[in-house]
Design a binder for this molecule. Structure first.
Ligand code: IPE
Ligand code: IPE
Ligand code: MG
Length: 253
């Protein structure tokens, strides 16, 4: 049977997806995902790690340069002790189970956040994964762990103040570059796009300084349900944004 070319549907012409150079993700909703299924909150965190693994693969496939994921905030210490230690153990297990795969995939891992008060064995693990992947040239995976944007700015301020007190820096020379270089994210580009799952529309102390001109996309799915289709929808939304940086933008110029 021959097909009449006149009735063959034209493929829909889509404009190419714009892919962020640096994507930030507030991976929220693990607890609600689990509770809605009659499971314990910790089971939601286990599913959340699976979603993170998929997200890393998606970023590699779609050509995202940097992926920063919020995995434990400085305010999450206020949760029940068992949940906190479960999340900490999950980080250890993730490193143990995924390090070889990350190395094979040329992923460079960086962990940002306060290391004060973390167990020495955990700090060693963090340093080890950073050292073992430091030479990789593919996706940069930044894990914000024990991270708070305000704490980061306070720590950077202390660092700069010490330089001034020691006479190595003049107060009048402090500019945005000085502050950027003192943040945990020194050397990383600012995020272009920040996704938050689970319907909440707030920043919750994530990348406060760095998000100055990030686009935000909030999605209703809980983090364990976030998949490739959700990811593509977010990229489509991002592709339609007119980033103006205080100017008048591309549509009116
Ligand atoms: C995000 O999921 C993971 C962490 C904050 C560690 P939540 O645990 O915040 O899940 P909800 O928001 O309570 O559903
Ligand atoms: C933000 O989520 C932190 C992480 C995703 C790790 P939270 O669940 O802690 O944020 P709030 O408490 O709803 O603002
Ligand atoms: Mg939450």
């Amino acid at each position: 049977m021959s097909i009449d070319p006149a009735i063959v549907a034209e493929p829909v012409q889509r404009s190419p997806l714009r892919v962020p150079q640096h994507l930030g993700v507030i991976m929220d909703g693990n607890g609600r995902w689990a509770t809605a299924r009659g499971k314990r909150r910790t089971e939601g965190h286990v599913e959340g790690v699976k979603s993170l693994r998929k997200m890393v693969e998606l970023c590699i496939t779609y050509g995202v340069g940097h992926l920063t994921v919020f995995s434990f905030s400085s305010e999450n210490w206020s949760r029940p002790r068992e949940e906190v230690s479960f999340i900490f153990n999950l980080l250890r297990r993730f490193v143990a189970s995924d390090l070889q795969r990350l190395i094979r995939n040329n992923v460079q891992v960086r962990i940002i956040g306060s290391r004060d008060g973390l167990e020495p064995s955990l700090v060693r693990l963090i340093e080890d994964v950073e050292a073992k992947t430091a030479g990789n040239t593919g996706l940069v995976l930044v894990v914000a762990f024990n991270y708070g944007g305000k704490a980061e700015i306070a720590e950077a301020t202390r660092r700069i103040a010490r330089e001034v007190a020691a006479g190595r820096l003049s107060a009048d020379d402090i500019d945005e570059t000085t502050i950027e270089a003192a943040l945990y994210t020194a050397g990383l580009p600012d995020p272009d796009l920040i996704i938050r799952t689970s319907g909440e529309q707030r920043i919750s102390n994530f990348l406060l300084w760095q998000a100055a001109y990030a686009e935000f996309v909030f999605v209703d799915e809980h983090w364990p349900d976030f998949d490739e289709a959700s990811f593509v929808r977010v990229l489509e939304t991002f592709s339609q944004r007119d980033r103006r940086y205080g100017g008048i933008g591309t549509e009116q110029s």
